[in-house]
Ligand binder design. Structure first.
Ligand code: B1M
Length: 214
């Protein structure tokens, strides 16, 4: 991976307008779509996630980087489809019932997409039955639940229980300002992440069955 590659840097710095020309340059240079995605774009978002975790950048910088990433993926998508390249994993994400906060959830969704996970976003105020329905319909490998209110934390517990009862085998990752690892353990969620950067590490560890690096 070349962190200094102009396309990787354009993602990190959120320079969306430069993306079409830089993607074209990679294609013209003979790079295939999969390699552009895996070696230029995903590493850029991984660096953004790391910097966010370390408080070196904040929500606005992360949003512009995600927008640049989205632009690049939009251009690459037809090439990826033509080459038969599909994201390795599928995730469903939503903010739990009773809760309308979605800024953090959207960031997590963007970071997961940046890690080449296909993300189906159910939005906010998502009832447990809706998560179950989505799990049955999309057969995701991962389900993300977000809650920002102490009063909606019990919705997470109900959702985890409903998913288990439905026979879903998807790993469940939870997060949001009032959520802790202890709460995840208490309600039987598979993973917890503190922020959108760590959400990628947690997701990939759960999906690959590997331990998280300390
Ligand atoms: Co609300 N609100 N709000 N609010 N709001 C809080 C959460 C609150 C802490 C403010 C306060 O009192 N200091 C408080 C909750 C108190 C509590 O329960 N302990 C609160 C309240 C009380 C309310 C209302 C009840 C207010 C009222 O109407 N009386 C009401 C509830 C509405 C409802 O949901 N039913 C309400 C409404 C709103 C707005 C609609 C006005 C708006 C939301 C707009 C929107 O989301 N589209 C809003 C906002 C903006 C906030 C604050 C100010 C900011 C939240 C935010 O977006 N943070 C918030 C106070 C605060 O946090 N300073 C507050 C930025 C975001 C990037 O961070 O969401 O934490 P965060 O996400 C992080 C991590 O938590 C994590 O990664 C993200 C990125 O790093 N993460 C995950 C989140 N989800 C994850 C999922 C994962 C993994 C990680 O895996 C799946």
């Amino acid at each position: 991976m070349d962190e200094q590659h102009p396309l990787t840097q354009a993602v990190i710095r959120g320079r969306r307008k430069e993306i079409p020309e830089l993607v074209k340059q990679c294609v013209d240079a003979g790079e295939d779509a999969k390699s552009i995605l895996e070696n230029r774009l995903v590493p850029g978002m991984a660096i953004v996630g790391e910097r966010f975790k370390k408080n070196e950048i904040f929500v606005p910088e992360m949003l512009v980087a995600a927008r640049a990433m989205k632009e690049a993926v939009k251009i690459l998508e037809p090439l990826l489809v033509a080459a038969g390249v599909k994201p390795e994993f599928t995730a469903v994400i939503g903010t739990v019932e009773g809760d309308l906060h979605d800024i953090g959830k959207n960031l997590v969704a963007m970071m997961w997409k940046g890690a080449n996970i296909d993300v189906i976003d159910l939005g906010v105020n998502v009832a447990p039955a809706k998560f179950v329905e989505a799990a049955q319909q999309h057969k995701p490998h991962l389900i993300g639940l977000s809650a920002l209110l102490t009063t909606t934390m019990p919705s997470m517990k109900t959702t985890v229980a409903a998913l288990k009862q439905s026979g879903s085998t998807a790993k469940v990752c939870i997060g949001g300002a009032p959520i802790t690892q202890a709460y995840a353990d208490e309600i039987g969620a598979d993973g917890y992440s503190r922020d959108a950067g760590s959400a990628v590490d947690v997701a990939l560890a759960l999906l690959r069955g590997t331990a998280l690096a300390a």
